[in-house]
Design a protein around this ligand. Structure first.
Ligand code: S3P
Length: 445
């Protein structure tokens, strides 16, 4: 896959110092647009992530008749003029989610319950990602969805139907699947129950009540009894900073000798906080000061300073809670003392790239001792990487940023191809990295 954008990163020549402005949470930004679009009234949102993924979600709702008014040039504040649960218009064109798995999977739940036809597409990477996990459960609730290989892959064609409530038993621990089913549940007749194999991020459950729709837990089930409408909240929605973006600077600050980075106020929702538990177990020097919640989400000010890291075996319970952070954590492990073992993380193989294969190839080329397993890795840490290689980020934002961090501790520079996807989640990553002293730049074309 060739998406372009070449990063050149080399060893940090000084300790990393300063403050990072971590952008808004990607998962929460998607949900904020979706619920606001389906509500009656105008919702104001602040702290929105203006990455390509979230802008794709915004554009899709504009295609269905939702007016979005940006309140600043950076596109971090906006007003969404909701059209109500049944106010979306049939799109004239296919809906393009770009690289955004969260957009496409959550949206399929919403579109399944409309009274119109729609077609969802994305980029090359999204067209390879599994969709049957949402399609087969939505079909059980009455949805009419077709796609490549019987609905396993995009493009998906969705003929909106009346849906019925039911108990869904999920096979994979996936917040996207859970959220898709809850959003479809807004349109279903009767109660929707979702049973997860393991708890996953709960941003949808936290945000729906802000729009007047209760969601509750009953044992292991998450339950939604649709009330038939969503109401725009009276107060603006504030989106906290994304821990999945903060982690790259947490790892860089931990690895580069003498560093001290302030990551600012970052989301610490326990279902997103696995990265911190893993780094703390690796003996990273992390200072956490609790702050008042941002909306329904817990946050804290986080500071990190350089220390010697130690390999660990990742606890099974931390795997879903750190699922997006493993590329960065593998870099920490490659430069830690001792062995780092991760199992039960086969979901990494179906992200924006196969993140086990991508990281094994990239880190091994850079000189790390890393063994690939079907569901994880075994890494034997070393003091420095050799570097002096060009690696492929496979159009995966998190691989590109992780390898840029790895290069800070390499003897020779690392070139990262196909890194342009950084813009999906952290548009000014390179500028902020340079500002705190990281040795990194875009190759001029
Ligand atoms: C997300 C859920 C996770 C995560 C993704 C965002 C979400 O995916 O990897 O980046 O916003 O619900 P899965 O649901 O596939 O685990």
């Amino acid at each position: 896959m060739n998406i372009g954008g070449t990063l050149i990163a080399g060893a940090a020549t000084q300790p990393l110092r300063g403050e990072i402005t971590v952008p808004g949470d990607k998962s929460i930004s998607h949900r904020s647009i979706m619920l606001a679009a389906l509500a009656d009234g105008i919702t104001e949102i602040h702290g929105f992530l203006p990455g390509q993924d979230n802008l794709a979600t915004a554009r899709i709702f504009e295609c269905m008749g939702v007016a979005i008014q940006w309140l600043n040039a950076e596109k971090t504040s906006l007003q969404v003029h909701g059209v109500g649960l049944h106010g979306l218009q049939e799109p004239m064109m296919v809906l393009d989610a770009g690289n955004a798995g969260t957009c496409v999977r959550l949206l399929s739940g919403i579109l399944a319950g409309q009274s119109f036809h729609s077609v969802l597409v994305g980029d090359e990477s999204l067209h390879r990602r599994p969709m049957l996990r949402v399609v087969e459960l939505l079909r059980k609730a009455g949805a009419c969805i077709d796609g490549r290989e019987q609905g396993a892959y995009l493009p998906l064609a969705i003929r909106g139907q009346s849906l019925h409530g039911m108990t869904h038993v999920m096979r994979v621990a996936s917040a996207q699947v859970k959220s898709c089913l809850l959003l479809a549940g807004l349109y279903a007749k009767g109660e929707t129950r979702v049973r997860e194999p393991r708890p996953t991020r709960d941003h949808t459950e936290r945000m729906l009540p802000l729009f007047g729709q209760a969601v509750w837990k009953d044992g292991h089930d998450i339950v939604l009894q649709p009330i038939g409408s969503l109401q725009a909240p009276a107060l603006p929605i504030h989106i906290p900073a994304d821990p999945s973006s903060a982690v790259f600077f947490a790892v860089a600050g931990a690895l580069v000798d003498g560093s001290s980075l302030n990551l600012g106020t970052v989301g610490i929702n326990p279902r997103r906080d696995g990265w911190r538990r893993v780094l703390e177990a690796m003996q990273a020097n992390i200072e956490v000061s609790a702050c008042p919640n941002v909306g329904e989400e817990p946050v804290a000010e986080i500071k990190i300073s350089g220390s010697v890291l130690h390999g660990i075996t990742v606890a099974a319970t931390d795997v879903p809670d750190a699922i997006d952070e493993f590329p960065a954590l593998f870099v920490a492990a490659a430069l830690a003392e001792g062995d780092f073992v991760l199992v039960g993380a086969e979901e990494l193989r179906v992200k924006e790239s196969d993140r086990i294969a991508s990281m094994v190839a990239a880190l091994r080329a850079a000189g790390a001792d890393i063994e690939e397993h079907p569901d994880g890795v075994h890494i034997r840490g070393c003091a420095r990487l050799a570097g002096g290689v060009a690696i492929d980020a496979h159009g995966d934002h998190r691989i590109a940023m992780a390898m840029a961090v790895a290069a800070q501790c390499a003897d020779a520079p690392i070139t990262v191809y196909n890194a342009a996807a950084i813009a999906t989640s952290f548009p000014d990553f390179v500028a902020q990295a340079q500002a705190v002293g990281m040795n990194i730049k875009w190759q001029e074309t």
